[in-house]
Design a protein around this ligand. Sequence first.
Ligand code: ZN
Length: 454
Amino acid sequence: MIRWYWLFIPFCCGAQGIDDSLFIRRIYDEALTRGQAYERLRTLCKEVGHRLSGSEGADRAVAWGLANLREMGYDTAWLQPVYVPKWERGTLEKLKVSAAGKSIELSITALGMSVPTNGILEAPIVAVRNFEELETMGSNAIEGRIVFFYEPMDPRFIDTFFAYSGCGKYRLRGASRAAEMGAAGVVVRSLTHATDHHPHTGVVIYNDSFPKIPAAAVSTHDADQLLGWLQKKIPVTGFMELNCSLKEEALSYNVVGEIYGRQPNTFITIGGHLDSWDKGEGAHDDGAGVVHSMEALRILKTLGYQPGFTLRTVLFMNEENGTRGGSAYADSMRWRSEKHYAAIESDRGGFAPRGFSMDVNPRQMKQIEALTPLLLPYQLHLFYKGWSGVDIGPLRRDNPDALLMGFVTDSQRYFDFHHADTDVFEAVNERELTLGAAAMAAIVYLLDKYPVGQ
Ligand SMILES: [Zn+2]
C-alpha cells in the first residue's frame, strides 16, 4: 500500500549527503552567531517571571509568546483556548517540629494542588521509606499521623530521570496512599540529588476514593535531619500549616506558531510548556524548552528552508498541574482532521544536548538511525527508544504511526533546579541553551526532508 508520506520522495534527493551536512552546519552557525534563544529566555524569566496555570503570570506569558512568535517571522500565530485548574499557594507554608525538647522550623513548600491544613495540623510524624513499608506498618501506626516519605533519589542511575521516576510516586500518590490508612498529612523528601535548603514542589494527584490530606515537600537537608531523629526513635511532633486553595477553573491558552509547508494538513510539531511552578522563574522547566522550540523554526525560516510538512511551534499551557494544553491540542487536531507525522518535545532543561528519546516502532527506528550520523559532529549521540513527552503524548491517540520524540539533554544537574526557587535565568548557560535550539532545528530539518515511514 502506498502511504501518504511517499508523496514527498520527489522533493528529496535520495540518500542524505554533503548538502545536508552543509545545511546543518548553517543551522548551527545561525544559532551560535545570531541566536536569539538566550535573550528570549531572559525576557520570559525576568519580564514575565513564573507562570502557574491560571495566574497573572500565565496570562503575561501567553501575551509574550504570541507577540514573540509574530515578531519572529512565523507565517501565522494564534491562541488556542483551554480551561485550566487554578491553584494558589497562599502565604503560609510552615512545618515546625518538636523533638527532644527542641523546636525548629523545617523548610517546606506545599505540593501543587494540595488541600490546606485549615489551621495548624498537629500530629506525630512517622517515617516511611516506601509504599511496601507503609502497608507493612498498618493503619494503627499511620492513623492520625503525618507520614514522612523519605526515600532518596537513587544516585546509581546515570540518567537522573530514572531516579526521578523511581521516587516521583511518593510525591504524586503518597498522600492518597497514606490517607487510605488514616494519615492526617504527608511530607515528602524533595526530588533532587542535591543536599540543600530548597524545597522542590510538584503536583500531588489525589485519589477521590480517599480523604484529601495536606501534602508538602521538605528540603533534602531538613529531610535528613528529620530522618535522623526518627531513626533514633526520638518522638517528633509536627505542626503543619498550609493555606493554599483551589479556585474556579480559568480560561487560558496554548500559543501556536506555524510555518507553511507544501503539505498543509500534515504536521511536525515541536514544543515545550509555557506554564511553570510558582517557584523561581521556570527557566530550565520549561522556559528552555519554550525558547528552544521558538528558535528552532526561526532558524529554519531565516535560512530560507522550504518545508515539506507544515511546521508548528506549540507553547503548551498547564503541563505541570493538569496537562490540559496537551489534551486540547490533540483534540483540536481531531476536530480539524489534521494529521501528525512527527512531534518533538523539549522539557529536560537548557543543558548540553545529547540526542532524542523516541517513541517509534523498530522500522522507524532503523530509518532514523540512518540519518543520525549527520548529527554526530554536534555531539548528538543518544538516539534510543523511550518516552517522548507529556504534552505531545496525547497525539498518539489519533496518530498511531507518528514519530514522537523527547529532546534529551545532559541530565546531571537538572534536578538541582527542578520546581525550586533555584530555577532562574542565571542557572541556564547561554551556549548549552543555544546548542539545544540548533539540535531541535537539525532534527526537524532531517525528518522533514527524509520522511520516515512506518
Ligand atoms: Zn517541565
